[in-house]
Ligand binder design. Structure first.
Ligand SMILES: *Cc1c(COP(=O)(O)O)cnc(C)c1O
Length: 439
């Protein structure tokens, strides 16, 4: 640890991980190599025995490791594991905790891909999920917990209603029975919120979003607090607490409080195989170096845009935790520091017709399914990400026919507002034409 590594957030985002470990790639750096040469016969045996050094990129790579250290530092965690996508991060984090016959309690306000993982893929493996709708009520979480429950899952800022999770309260509910809270922190980023500081045990991210910011690569990360307590919770996680049938030491014996993430690194990620490319890791690392600057600017732009939209007659509602009218604005003030994030929804009067005209008129704001980019983006969730939900479910999730999701970028805010003004004008003109036709 040097002074640089102990510095503030912006210092660490640039410096931690800059001194990548030494290894001898068969190909040239960016350590873009399938494997590493062993210096000696004994080194090869030590690598396979106690895991010393680097051998094969699926089990470790210096470029990847450098980015992992940066992310662990920024989230205030003990250790990070980089994987190939945000979906892989969620899947790997959960597969390290659950097995057939166990149970997950999840917020119902989660990314649709994560929901699919829970209700389809994990359900087929014999892992059931109970969804909590009123995520602000700790008792709702408590009531959903069963003896087989092994994990609580939520998102720091949820799409589409923009609800901020009361991380400390929900982590405390899990703590009562020794169950870790996993928080998907993609929307907040560690610059605005570090869930591990509020009692969450594990954080996951889609690094494809804000962490990269350039929208050029996919990536994901799992960050663990390193505070697994075998005495309190070892009975719930025997795969971490017990040694092998061959008499080998347990993960707890070998890694102590880091047993959970050691299991992900040694067993889950290399076997299921969502290995990040070292080239991708490099691009994610490049992105992170400007994270604080981007998120600060994006959040400032988003607040200005949300305030502007909420004052317009064409707008029915704006769901942004940064606005005092939002139901979780107080939680946002408690948990988010430096801004309120830049992804939120706006619902237009005039429903689907208005939404379609609005999206098609925008030109500064790009129409695509992504978020956290330096560019501002727009998507109509009702006909895309949430199209397979029933109308009642969509309504419960704050996705109405006139709802659009915005991810505000770093552009000049005046240009964004001018673009949105043109969009609203187009929405109004098509809706009034509609009315005229019907009349
Ligand atoms: C995008 C996203 C994911 C999935 O990440 P990918 O990198 O696209 O696989 C998971 N959670 C949230 C909140 C996301 O926005």
């Amino acid at each position: 640890m040097t002074e640089r590594d102990r510095g503030g957030f912006a210092t660490r985002q640039v410096h931690v991980g800059a001194d990548a470990a030494h290894a001898t790639p068969r190909a040239l750096p960016i350590h873009l190599t399938a494997g590493f040469t062993f210096d000696s016969f004994d080194d090869a045996a030590a690598h396979f025995g106690v895991g010393d050094g680097f051998g094969y990129t699926r089990t470790g790579n210096p470029t990847v490791e450098a980015v992992e250290r940066k992310l662990a530092s920024l989230e205030g965690g003990a250790e990070a594991l980089l994987v190939a996508s945000g979906q892989a991060a969620v899947a790997v984090a959960l597969l390290g905790l659950v097995e057939a016959g166990t149970h997950i309690v999840s917020s119902t306000h989660i990314y649709e891909g994560t929901r699919g993982l829970l209700v389809d893929n994990l359900a087929r493996l014999g892992i059931e999920t109970t969804f909590v709708d009123d995520i602000g009520d700790p008792d709702a979480w408590r009531r959903a917990i069963r003896p087989e429950t092994r994990v609580l899952l939520g998102e720091s800022i949820a799409n589409a209603r923009n609800d901020v999770l009361d991380v400390a309260a929900i982590a405390a509910v899990g703590d009562e029975v020794g169950i870790p809270l996993v928080v998907d922190n993609t929307f907040a980023t560690p610059y605005l919120l570090r869930p591990l500081e509020h009692g969450a045990a594990i954080v996951v991210h889609s690094a494809s979003k804000f962490l990269s910011g350039h929208g050029s690569v996919l990536g994901g990360v799992v960050i663990d607090d390193g505070r697994f307590d075998v005495g309190r919770t070892g009975h719930l996680f025997p795969h971490l607490a017990r040694g092998g049938t061959d008499g080998s030491a347990s993960l707890w014996d070998r890694h102590g409080g880091r047993a959970r993430i050691a299991y992900l690194r040694e067993s889950v990620a290399p076997r299921y195989g969502p290995t990040p490319s070292p080239l991708t890791a490099f691009f994610v690392g490049q992105g992170i170096e400007t994270l604080s600057l981007r998120v600060e600017r994006q959040s400032r732009n988003a607040l200005a845009v949300a305030e502007w939209l909420s004052a317009r007659a064409e707008v029915e509602s704006v769901d942004y935790a940064g606005l005092p009218t939002h139901p979780t604005h107080d939680l946002a003030n408690t948990y988010l520091h430096g801004g309120y994030g830049s992804v939120f929804t706006v619902t237009l009067r005039g429903g689907l017709t208005a939404a379609r005209a609005f999206v098609e008129e925008l030109s500064v704001i790009t129409h695509m399914t992504h978020l956290g980019d330096v560019r501002s983006l727009v998507l109509h969730p009702g006909s895309t990400s949430h199209a397979r939900r029933s109308a009642a479910e969509r309504t419960a999730h704050g996705v109405h026919p006139g709802t659009l999701r915005l991810s505000i970028g770093i552009e000049e805010v005046d240009d964004l507002i001018a673009d949105l003004a043109r969009g609203l004008e187009a929405a109004v003109s098509v809706v009034s034409t509609d009315v005229a036709v019907v009349a």
